[in-house]
Design a protein around this ligand. Sequence first.
Ligand code: BT5
Length: 319
Amino acid sequence: MLKNDILSILKANKGKHISGQELCEMLNVSRTAVWKCINELKSDGYIIESKHKSGYLLMEEPDIIDYMEISPYLKAEFIGRNYLHFESISSTNDYAKEIAPSATDGTAIVAEEQTSGRGRMGRHWVSNKGQGIWLSMILKPNLSPNEAVKLTQVAAVAVVDSIKEIADIRSGIKWPNDIVINSKKVCGILTEMNGEIDRVNFIVIGIGINVNVQNFPEDLCGKATSLSIETGKILDRKPLTASILNNFEKYYRIFLINGFSSIRNLCKEYSLTLNKDVKVIINNNECIGRAVDIDDDGNLIVVFKNGEKKTIASGDVSV
Ligand code: BT5
């Protein structure tokens, strides 16, 4: 796309004017085509100085997480290489499921805002405009459905690493799908699957991270937090988005080659649930026990007061 080519040149020449003539020659297009693209970039939020005789200078880039903005940080080879960015969408997971049958493995869908962001069991996920990373990845591994459910843990480990890398703060995993800082949820993961009994057609992993959210609705106060609240800084979402894709690809490859057992130690190290008393809902009854292990299948092992040991495969566990 011409607009992206022009943007790449302006980015590569930061601090330096590039004349319209130079752009025309480099890209073999007309002056009008260049001018049209510059105007489009300006309306996308890029601040571009246009000076008679000296040309165009990129002064400021918008706070958006489209491919052009995140790709300088993207090292992953297939996760996020097909990258669809939306200003606003109902839910990146819903859209991912819609397009998954014909989408390539590793496709990422990212939105600045979700109008119907979802958690598990139809719960609402607050997805403020421009303040978080609302991301879904489409995966097409050759796995059985019971292997696929472990991908939530793989994603959780990747998110903890990325938060440390970019925000320089330690977070932990509240089994199975919450990332927590100071006892408050900063990120939730929603893994959804389409397949048959013994075969996965596709998996969608949705990750929602509160990056620069400052205020939450009343019902989430005291329960939710953001990286900005925890660090006292406004963070750049671009390297964080790319880092999540990079780290996810790294752990996903390890998982596919060596199985979940190779990720298990990190899950245990990052776990905020292990060695704590937990409430588990079993057949609509609330039972209290101690979380003692995460097994090779990613299940939580809980020992109850009566000495009974149970393997919890999914569901709601609260510390
Ligand atoms: C989750 O569900 O934590 C999974 C959230 C996944 C969100 C991503 S964003 C991209 C992709 N597209 C989607 O539509 N979804 C995924 P669960 O464990 O059921 O937690 C949901 C609960 O978290 C809600 O009932 C609230 O109590 C709380 N919550 C809602 N919004 C939140 C937020 N922004 N931050 C922290 N907690 C929130």
